[in-house]
Design a protein around this ligand. Structure first.
Ligand code: V47
Length: 454
């Protein structure tokens, strides 16, 4: 009887698929940049486990393998949504309210101080603060918000990091402050970011990116800034030494190809940011600028350069830290009729984000949106971070709850640590800038990142 291996295939498609992924696997092993058509193949193949395996290969190269001293990150944080009043009415959003709607709120500084006190008492290292595009709040409110978070925390002995305002809000602030000019938009963006940085802003979160495609933009979030402006805000932030995050909101009206284009635009922007840090890239056949990948064996992560042994106090940073794939939640939005992505689509999209965004040091499985069990699975298939303890999360609420309890989404540190350990990784508490945290109860300090053995 012939061996199984020598039997001819009765179905030609699997053989072709294997060949497709073999080419991609060879590129991944060499640390070469994948093309958009490689990405399309990764989306099209029914062999999702090979996609996951390739993403794990990259993830493990950067952060170590499970059961072999590989690490996964979490943080202790708190969210503060300063207002849900928004001039826009994006179809995918269930967060926004109009000024006189039931449930509309705008927080005053007493409220903010109280939230900071609770954050410090819980040992948080980060306050993540975003809100709607409020039509009437004055510019001073925003600098006061940031300074109040920083100063209240300092008065309580904490160096709480202020991660605040999506790119969309930054542009809105430039308009409120009357410094935004369409013919030189970066000047207004810079003006705003410089002042917020002076008030204590430490980094920008990744929200507001949605999907970088004008068709999708005009259909689902018209009125929001487009991709070019979102990227401008992040570039100026990087030039000012602020690190930023990036998101992709998928599983609504976009096509998979549009997700890939979004990822490609982000990695081009990251090439520019990493070049400023001194990385050199490789010119590929189809690329017009050198591709800088972190996935080549032995390449240092940007935090090892920016916050290296002597850089802790004065980081000359300024790059994208992490990509956060956000699965669309239809409930309560104007796109409620859509089904939203399934678990396997979430897993595949995150794995492909790890593979395409070869110059992003981190991939975050945001447990609030992915669920903790899924985030754990994602740690083994591309992600190295599950975000934090969070406490109140207002942007997407727990389905079927209309009351306050729906936004109370908190997980204990013990649950995060257990989820990471069970996935085979060593839990590393990080600060917002991915520096390891040394903790003694609620008191903490950071140290320079320790390079992961490759
Ligand atoms: O930009 C809004 C998304 C984002 C829905 O930087 C929705 O560390 C799903 O950006 N279904 C805000 N998503 C959240 C965000 C974020 C979250 C966690 C960590 C970080 C970080 C950033 O939430 C928005 C939008 O893309 N969003 N509505 C919805 N129905």
């Amino acid at each position: 009887m012939p061996s199984l291996a020598s039997q001819p295939s009765t179905h030609s498609a699997p053989q072709r698929r294997t060949d497709d992924l073999r080419t991609i696997r060879a590129k991944v092993e060499r640390g070469e940049r994948l093309s958009l058509s490689d990405g399309e193949r990764l989306f099209a193949t029914p062999d999702i486990w090979s996609v996951c395996e390739l993403a794990a290969l990259v993830r493990n190269r950067l952060h170590g393998a499970p059961h072999q001293n590989g690490v996964a990150h979490y943080n202790i944080n708190r969210h503060l949504n300063y207002s849900n009043v928004c001039a826009l009415s994006c179809k995918f959003c269930e967060f926004y309210r109009k000024k006189d709607d039931d449930g509309a709120y705008t927080r005053d500084m007493d409220y903010v101080r109280e939230e900071v006190r609770k954050a410090v008492e819980s040992g948080a290292t980060e306050m993540h603060s975003v809100g709607g595009l409020h039509p009437y709040l004055p510019w001073d409110y925003y600098t006061e918000l940031v300074a109040t978070i920083r100063d209240t925390a300092r008065s309580l002995g904490s160096d709480l990091h202020v991660k605040a305002f999506t790119a969309v809000e930054i542009v809105h602030l430039a308009k409120i402050a009357k410094v935004y000019r369409a013919d030189d938009r970066t000047a207004g963006i810079r003006w705003v970011l410089e002042r917020l940085k002076q008030a204590g802003l430490g980094s920008l979160p990744g929200g507001g990116a949605e999907v970088f495609d004008d068709r999708v933009h005009d259909e689902a979030f018209k009125g929001k800034i487009r991709s070019d402006v979102w990227l401008d805000v992040h570039r100026v932030a990087h030039e000012l030494g602020l690190n930023t995050n990036a998101t992709i909101l998928y599983g609504h009206i976009e096509q998979r190809r549009e997700r890939l284009v979004h990822m490609d635009m982000l990695r081009r922007a990251q090439d520019e940011a990493l070049a400023r840090l001194g990385y050199t890239g490789v010119k590929s056949d189809d690329g017009d600028q050198p591709a800088i990948t972190l996935t080549r064996p032995g390449t240092p992560l940007p935090e090892h350069i920016a916050f290296g042994p002597n850089g802790l106090d004065n980081p000359a940073a300024g790059y994208f830290q992490t990509i956060i794939p956000l699965p669309f939640f239809p409930d309560g939005s104007d796109l409620e009729h859509l089904p939203g992505p399934t678990g396997l689509e979430n897993l595949r999209t995150l794995a492909i984000a790890r593979l395409m965004l070869d110059n992003f040091p981190h991939v975050k499985a945001f447990w609030i949106m992915q669920t903790l069990p899924m985030a754990q699975l994602m740690l083994q298939n591309g992600a190295d971070d599950i975000d934090g303890t969070v406490v109140w999360y207002d942007i997407t609420k727990l389905a079927s709850r209309a009351d306050d309890a729906a936004t109370h989404q908190e997980v204990s540190i013990a649950s995060l640590v257990k989820a990471i350990r069970d996935a085979g990784f060593e839990p590393v508490e990080r600060d917002t800038l991915y520096r390891p945290v040394i903790r003694d109860g609620t008191r903490w300090h950071v140290q320079s990142p320790v390079p992961t053995p490759s």
